[in-house]
Design a protein around this ligand. Structure first.
Ligand SMILES: [Zn+2]
Length: 116
């Protein structure tokens, strides 16, 4: 069953939910998703995933996000520098890479471990 939107974030990638969610039956908790059709499919496939499995995937994804941020710092030659040495633009790009890496890794993990 697909439901209309309530104010929420995507249960698969963490972006803003934009209008749809999934619940197997009326009255069950809705897993809201963003506008990416892949996230709606992942929501359907992983709806019954245990919280501890999701938490493990989320932790792994956070680590991957950190790796992406670290790679960016290496690319700009500041891998061994304090974060306070980053310019404002470098700081925002560093943060963007972490978040993007997290989202990408979380989606990959959910796809790999979805029970269906
Ligand atoms: Zn999403």
């Amino acid at each position: 069953m697909i439901n209309r939107f309530e104010d929420a974030i995507c249960g698969c990638c963490g972006r803003v939910a934009t209008g749809f969610g999934y619940a197997p039956r009326t009255g069950q908790t809705v897993l809201w998703v963003c506008d990416d059709p892949e996230c709606l499919q992942i929501a359907k496939d992983s709806y019954t995933m245990k919280q501890e499995t999701f938490s493990r995937l989320e932790s792994l994804a956070a680590g991957k996000g950190g790796d992406e941020g670290g790679s960016f710092l290496d690319q700009i030659g500041k891998g061994d520098s304090p974060l306070s040495s980053l310019t404002p633009d470098e700081w925002f790009e560093f943060c963007r890479r972490i978040v993007a890496g997290y989202r990408k890794a979380l989606i990959a993990g959910l796809k790999d471990e979805a029970p269906f």
